[in-house]
Write a new protein. Structure first.
Length: 422
């Protein structure tokens, strides 16, 4: 058996194309959209929608692939690479601007939840819209004021109205990424949706959790607040209010019966298994941007990083840069392993949380150290280093904080349940 570390050709090609987008449509506007927090980069959104449509879809989501099979386009059989491709694309876009990447049109976290928890009919119904005429967004809302890391504590309720055969949702969700773009009716955008996690039976705890697709324009669903944030400021983060929101029966993702299983909760966790490596990839894009900038500034002042020279002969700054490169590469290899497992339909809860923990640490450390080494240049708003430092921290917060993902890793390795180790 051979181990192949070269990225497959489609990954290389996509990176090359997206690198230009990242440089010309993202990086060059980064500061503007950081300063003008809730301005919307329509040029980027519309360009990406057109580009993704021309590639056969309306979002970056991986296409269904058959393991080791033909992919229906006449190309030679090859192992599936959908998630690997996506991780690489996201890393490149985040190198351009991670906040702008988060408002790349398409399904985002909302579609990831549908992919993880929906029936095939629901997937066909809800995911088709991203390839339509207008850019369209979807979001996912789990977090509530009293339920962040402890997702089982959600209080949003869904009750079946047997007279009308509709689910009626009530509650408030906070910190919903792209909540505004998926739900506010901008003329330039198509009709989006949010996947709302709610309980259909609070006594059943996790077994009672279900995801519901709530479409924009549904009466009773409102965006009530947009956060002002430290980083990723161009990405909208919304508070949603749900008051007597009615959705059809088949908007509940998966099965409505509450058996003594945790199917609904598993759907939520499966979403995170798929998306944590992608969050890790986005953080690593920011870290690479910072590290490359540091090397460029060092080179401009006559400091070249010498690889292959004994460590004791290197200057301190050379050692630091090389250490950061090592950290970055080891985190990236962990991402690649997690997405390879996702592509090959292997359970990857452990690898997914592990790479997120590692990337969260690495991204935070690299951007912080770059700011420090650059001195006043690092702290000045004239350069983007300070912005990358602010943007980096979110890698360690959403989709499970560093602490929570460490707990998940420990449980997986030691064989403890959530009740036994918390
Ligand atoms: C910009 C942004 C975008 C977001 N986007 C989304 C989104 O799209 N959808 C969504 O549903 N949510 C989203 N979130 C919410 C995010 O997932 C939560 O903030 C995160 O899960 C942590 O929850 P919390 O903020 O309630 O913190 P808490 O759970 O209150 O935790 C506070 C601190 O305590 C630590 N902690 C908690 N429990 C333990 C434990 N058992 N052991 C050790 N330490 C612990 C945490 O690690 C953290 O450091 C977003 C958040 C931000 C900031």
């Amino acid at each position: 058996m051979t181990i192949e570390f070269e990225p497959p050709e489609p990954v290389v090609q996509a990176r090359t194309v997206l690198q230009t987008v990242a440089e010309e449509m993202m990086r060059s506007h980064s500061r503007y959209f950081d300063e003008d927090e809730h301005a919307i980069p329509w040029d980027y959104i519309e360009f990406m929608h057109t580009a993704m449509k021309s590639m056969g879809g309306g979002s970056l989501a991986p296409k269904e692939e058959k393991p080791n099979g033909h992919n229906g386009d006449g190309s030679k059989p090859r192992p599936p690479i959908g998630y690997q491709l996506l991780a690489s694309q996201i890393e490149t876009l985040a190198w351009g601007d991670v906040g702008m990447y988060l408002i790349t049109p398409g399904g985002g976290l909302g579609a990831a939840a549908v992919q993880a928890a929906a029936t095939p009919e629901q997937k066909a119904k809800f995911l088709a819209r991203f390839g339509g005429e207008k850019p369209t967004f979807a979001s996912m809302s789990m977090t509530e004021a009293g339920a962040g890391s402890d997702t089982a504590a959600i209080r949003t309720r869904a009750v079946l109205d047997e007279q009308t055969n509709e689910w009626v949702l009530n509650g408030e969700k906070i910190f919903v990424t792209a909540g505004d773009k998926s739900l506010t009716e901008y003329e330039k955008l198509g009709r989006g949706f949010v996947v709302v996690w709610a309980s259909i039976d609070p006594k059943a705890g996790r077994a009672g959790m279900r995801g519901f697709v709530v479409e924009s324009g549904t009466p009773g669903l409102r965006v009530v607040k947009l956060e002002h944030k430290m980083g990723i400021r161009v990405s909208d983060t919304a508070t949603l209010s749900l008051q007597e929101v009615r959705v059809p029966l088949d908007h509940l993702l998966g099965s409505p019966t509450v058996e003594q299983t945790t199917e609904g909760f598993k759907g939520a966790m499966a979403t995170f298994d798929a998306t944590r490596p992608l969050v890790a990839a986005s953080g690593l894009g920011v870290a690479r941007a910072a590290l490359e900038f540091l090397k460029q500034k060092l080179a401009e002042s006559g400091v070249q990083i010498r690889h292959g020279v004994p460590r004791q002969k290197l200057s301190n700054v050379e050692r630091e840069v090389i250490d950061m490169e090592i950290m970055w590469k080891s985190a990236w290899l962990m991402v690649i392993k997690a997405v390879w497992m996702a592509d090959n339909k292997k359970p990857n809860a452990l690898e997914s949380s592990m790479c997120k923990v590692k990337a969260g640490d690495v991204t935070t450390k690299i951007t912080q150290r770059v700011v420090e080494i650059l001195g006043p240049l690092g702290y000045s708003r004239e350069f983007l280093a300070e912005k990358w430092f602010r943007d980096a921290k979110i890698t360690d917060i959403y989709e499970g904080t560093g602490q929570i993902n460490r707990l998940i890793v420990a449980r997986q390795i030691l064989g403890y349940s959530g009740h036994e180790l918390r």
